[in-house]
Ligand binder design. Structure first.
Ligand code: TRP
Length: 430
């Protein structure tokens, strides 16, 4: 079981793929986090590929928990959001101030300050273009949608997903549903209707992703299924299946499909379809359905990043301050932390010259691998290390210099970024 509320977990990525049905990404996206397999898994990423290939609109969505400081690990999600924005995604970001109030006792006022000063200002300095950032506590759409979505799940399901029991706090029931609403509300009618939506996350958030994908599907009247090499459509939960069948048949034939209805089974068989056309047919019918169903969603997609190792080995955790670099650290602090990091180096210089270091277990090498987008440079560091010509002291200094430059740049841009907030924060709704 994956616990999104625990801060001390170790993940075996291959096992996650085997046991939780997470898929490996293909090589469609030419971005360093994909190329270097820092994104090791995904669900439903083929929807983004489809949208991009066909010039369709799509969303990218994430949330931030306004507690403490933004650190290098959080940066990876925003790097991806900025990448998808550059491909044309409409970006939405939830400030999870309801969650931080409930779980950490952080007041709304304080959460607002932290979100703006510690997180959003950095996002803007990193290159995030104007987008839609909102506070959970102020968003009437997400709260209403959460209420509606709660009817699509029950305690047995939540117990199975999260290991809840009868004494679990209702917060553990409410917060996954709010998170599902954060993501899905980007597809309600006045936000532009159903669209593929990518949610880049750390793999600890996978239980939330699985739940929101199921909730999205359960709200649909048309459910699209591969069926013996073709696609069939089933009509769910309606007292007038014939009307829905006829509407869908009309829309599908306008798109060149030949359909046979089965009124008894509330089904449509699409004769000249192939299983590969599932996404296309899903999109056609989602648009049709959104005309009469306020809650028509395309199942959201997710990418899963590996967790960056802490500088002391183990997890980056705010309870071990020297394990992580905060984006608000002065360069001198970051340099000190890097100098004291554990490495994949050998006991002695002689041994290192002879045998080479082990970058695959080295948190300092990860600073290069996760935070430089220059492939040649990163391979050079790797080869020099394994080849025994790069020593840990010099390698740490070089990494510290790179990270310091990055932090310096954020610090210099901070005021300018704070001045742009109005292009990012959406006003209270309701
Ligand atoms: N629960 C997430 C966290 O702890 C924050 C979050 C809230 C979120 N809403 C979201 C993440 C929607 C992704 C999408 O970090």
């Amino acid at each position: 079981m994956i616990n999104p509320w625990s801060s001390s977990q170790y993940f075996d990525y291959e096992k996650l793929i085997r046991e939780f049905g997470i898929d490996k990404p293909d090589d469609y996206f030419d971005y360093f986090m994909f190329r270097r397999k820092l994104i090791f898994g995904q669900r439903g990423l083929d929807y983004m590929e489809y949208a991009i290939k066909n010039g369709m609109e799509f969303n990218a969505m994430t949330g931030l928990m306004p507690s403490g400081h933004m650190h290098l690990g959080n940066k990876l999600t925003i790097d991806q959001i900025i990448y998808f924005q550059s491909l044309g995604a409409e970006v939405y970001i939830a400030v999870a101030d309801l969650e931080s109030y409930a779980t950490r006792g952080i007041s709304f006022e304080k959460a607002r300050k932290i979100a703006i000063n510690e997180y959003i200002a950095n996002y803007i300095s990193m290159g995030l273009k104007p987008c839609k950032i909102y506070f959970q506590s102020e968003n009437f759409d997400t709260q209403s949608l959460a209420f509606i979505l709660s009817n699509e799940t029950n305690m047995n399901e939540l117990k199975a997903i999260y290991g809840l029991n009868d004494s679990s706090s209702m917060l553990h029931v409410n917060s996954p549903i709010i998170q599902a609403a954060d993501v899905l509300h980007t597809q309600i009618r006045h936000m532009g209707g159903p669209k593929p939506t990518i949610v880049p996350v750390g793999v600890d958030q996978d239980p939330h992703i699985r739940l929101m994908r199921d909730l999205a599907k359960r709200m649909r009247i048309y459910s699209i299924k591969p069926d013996h090499g073709k696609i069939s459509v089933f009509i769910k939960g309606s007292d007038n299946p014939e009307g829905y069948i006829n509407n869908a048949m009309e829309e599908l034939s306008a798109n060149g499909y030949e359909c046979t209805p089965n009124y008894e089974y509330r089904a449509i068989y699409i004769k000249n379809s192939t299983e590969e056309e599932k996404i296309k047919i899903d999109m056609i019918l989602a648009h049709l359905e959104s005309e009469f169903n306020d809650c028509t969603f395309i199942e959201p997609s997710a990418t899963f990043q590996k967790l960056e190792t802490g500088l002391k080995g183990g997890k980056m955790s705010s309870s071990v301050p020297d394990s992580l670099i905060s984006l608000n650290d002065p360069p001198a602090d970051a340099t000190r932390k890097i100098k004291h990091a554990v490495t994949g180096g050998r006991q002695t210089v002689e041994e290192q010259r002879k045998l080479g270091g082990n970058p695959d277990i080295c948190p300092v090498f990860e600073l290069y691998k996760y935070h430089s987008n220059d492939d040649k440079y990163v391979s050079k560091v790797y080869e020099e290390c394994t080849g025994g010509v790069r020593m840990c002291g010099a390698c740490k200094s070089e990494a510290a210099e790179n990270i310091s430059k990055f932090l310096q740049n954020l610090a210099e841009k901070k005021d300018e970024s704070l001045g742009k907030m109005d292009d990012y924060l959406i006003k209270r709704s309701s």
